[in-house]
Design a protein around this ligand. Structure first.
Ligand code: ADP
Ligand code: ADP
Length: 244
């Protein structure tokens, strides 16, 4: 895992909307953190700043030994951004799989940051890459679907493939932005259990946005509650009440 630190981080969007306001946080390596709050509270913004998907306006974020800074200082770009993203996997609500190709090809895409472009273009993967992809599929218990078309899988299965794709990149951090928002409750539990197991077994730091407080409480070591871009709760899941 990698430590994540926010020092006085604010995000103002180009249209003037406030994403985050003066966030200070320290997330130790290996922690599983749930981000909760109402719609518009800043959950998605917070998660997306950690891999540079949303640039910060001021303050500083460190992820392991990578630094992201606000305007006025250089934003990460090119090679540095690529290296940060190789260490930080991301899972979205909408899975974002290449639906027309196989599950294993999707998972191999997780090797993109670690392989030369020609290898990726030709699909000329090394055995090591294929083995890593297969073991990632085993970890989310979906290896039997490796050679099926991604579009033939259910939503929950597709999300587990997306998780396997991030695992294949051997990340230090996994960010999950509403990973279960389009899944039914039983499937949501399966996906959350996968994330929890990956966190526990591999020591990968997990930061996950969740709309539902009970899911967040059940699967996180720590909950961070946001309201209007500010932290209004930070503590063990069990202590979170309706104030979040
Ligand atoms: P949440 O994930 O908790 O629903 P968001 O981080 O998506 O919250 O949004 C926080 C605030 O930032 C909201 O006011 C939202 O309208 C605004 N916001 C989010 N994304 C954008 C964007 N791309 N452009 C402008 N404003 C945005
Ligand atoms: P190792 O030091 O050999 O990587 P670990 O105890 O870290 O051993 O990992 C045990 C298993 O989990 C190995 O098969 C390894 O390939 C796999 N593994 C470890 N870290 C990751 C990761 N970040 N993503 C995917 N698989 C991993």
């Amino acid at each position: 895992g990698a430590d994540i630190r926010f020092d006085d981080v604010s995000v103002t969007y180009p249209n003037g909307f406030t994403g985050l306001k003066g966030i200070n946080l320290s997330i130790p390596a290996g922690e599983m953190v749930g981000i909760v709050g109402l719609s518009g509270a800043g959950k998605s913004t917070l998660v997306r700043t950690i891999n540079g998907l949303v640039p910060i306006t001021s303050g500083r974020i460190s992820v392991g030994n990578h630094q992201l800074t606000g305007r006025g200082e250089a934003q990460l770009r090119g090679r540095d951004l690529r290296e940060l993203r190789s260490n930080v996997g991301m899972v979205f609500q909408s899975f974002n799989l290449a639906r027309r190709t196989t599950v294993i090809n999707n998972v191999l895409m997780g090797r993109l940051y670690h392989s030369p472009a020609w290898r990726t273009l030709l699909g000329a993967w090394k055995n090591d890459d294929v083995e890593l992809a297969m073991s990632a599929l085993e970890r989310v218990e979906i290896v039997q679907k490796a050679y099926e078309k991604a579009s033939s899988l259910s939503g929950g299965q597709q999300q587990r493939v997306a998780i396997a794709r991030t695992l294949a990149q051997r990340p230090k951090v996994i960010l999950a932005d509403e990973p279960v928002a389009s899944l039914d409750p039983p499937t949501s539990h399966v996906v959350m259990r996968d994330l929890q197991r990956i966190n526990a077994e591999l020591g990968i730091t997990v930061v996950v946005n969740l709309h539902f407080l009970d899911l967040a409480r059940r699967y996180s070591d720590r909950l961070i509650g946001l309201r209007s871009g500010e932290v209004v709760f930070d503590g063990p899941g069990a202590d979170a009440d309706e104030s979040v």
